[in-house]
Design a protein around this ligand. Structure first.
Ligand code: C2E
Ligand code: MG
Ligand code: MG
Ligand code: MG
Length: 292
């Protein structure tokens, strides 16, 4: 009887495995067509300057509107795009679309804000990356300093020599480089010194327990102090409450991003937010007499 059970389990397991592989293959086939079928789109999440309460940038976050499965999160399809190499054309599309959108807001009369694009390790290793960035800026007319490229610690640590060359080329173009999800990867304090990166984005896992979690508070404070010592700016990710924002302001954090300040939103909503100069008045710890 026990044997039978085991067999059944094995059968169940293998059939669900088959299912997984099937859907994986189907997803891959679908992803190949997603670009040409216009199924990808970008949302933009505001990044706020903590002391002025102004939107200073937006992060482009990709979504896939699958014809049968509905909206698929990038945490599900970006790894697949990386495995299959599709991340290169997809990444190029994200870059171009984000730069075009940043210019479109300006053409509609908004003040310039930075647009941040996530780069995966594979894209960063693509030998054409610098050329793609250059031609995208040229074609869209976006000034280089308004383009932010978000890298992860893993990407930077991968191959020190090649990384150094690419980073120097990107810095030469004048784009704004930042390190995403900071504190979750393998960090070497050495590379922070060597690489000319402008900002650290503190991973939201450190922000989520604030203000109560004293260990996360200590880590957040330490990252801010270190970054400022290295003349880098700091962005807190995943800010979900006013209390978190107040604490981050006390810690001297430069910028914040999170649901409390704005969800990833379509371009029209960002256009409205940019138009509302005083949108965050009263949201901030306020009453400090600052003009917002
Ligand atoms: P990320 O770059 O760290 O982006 C931040 C993620 O946190 C986004 O998830 C965003 O929606 C979410 N988030 C923002 N504020 C809050 C908050 O207050 N609370 C919580 N719980 N979450 C918040 P999303 O859009 O699902 O993206 C997930 C990841 O997928 C991104 O993490 C990034 O690594 C990757 N990704 C997204 N778009 C692209 C892309 O165009 N290219 C590449 N290579 N990766 C992308
Ligand atoms: Mg990011
Ligand atoms: Mg992040
Ligand atoms: Mg990330």
């Amino acid at each position: 009887h026990a044997k039978n059970c085991g067999k059944n389990n094995a059968k169940l397991y293998s059939s669900s495995l088959t299912m997984q592989i099937m859907s994986h293959v189907q997803l891959e086939v679908g992803l190949r067509k997603a670009l040409q079928n216009d199924e990808l789109y970008l949302l933009y999440q505001p990044q706020i300057d903590v002391s002025s309460a102004q939107i200073v940038g937006v992060e482009a976050l990709v979504r896939w509107r699958h014809p049968e499965r509905g909206i698929i999160s990038p945490t599900e399809f970006i790894p697949l795009a990386e495995e299959t190499g599709l991340i290169v054309p997809i990444g190029e599309w994200v870059l171009r679309t984000a730069c075009q959108q940043a210019m479109a807001w300006q053409q509609m009369g908004q003040r310039p804000v930075r647009v941040a694009v996530n780069l995966s390790a594979k894209q960063f290793k693509d030998e054409n990356l610098t050329q793609i960035v250059l031609s995208t800026l040229h074609e869209t007319g976006l000034p280089a300093e308004l383009l932010e490229l978000e890298l992860t610690e893993g990407t930077l640590m991968d191959d020190a020599r090649a990384t150094m060359v690419t980073l120097e080329q990107l810095r030469g173009i004048g784009v704004y480089l930042s390190i995403d999800d900071f504190g979750t990867g393998y960090s070497s304090m050495n590379y922070l010194k060597r690489f000319d990166v402008r900002a650290l984005k503190i991973d939201r896992s450190f922000i989520s327990g604030l203000p109560q979690d004293s260990e996360n508070a200590a880590i957040t404070r330490a990252i801010i102090a270190m970054a400022h010592g290295l003349k880098m700016a700091v962005v807190a990710e995943g800010v979900e409450t006013g209390a978190q924002l107040v604490l981050l302001e006390q810690f001297g954090c430069d910028m914040a991003q999170g649901y409390y300040l704005g969800h990833p939103s379509p371009p029209e909503s960002i256009h409205l937010m940019l138009g509302q100069q005083f949108a965050l008045n009263g949201v901030m710890s306020g009453d400090s007499g600052r003009s917002m």
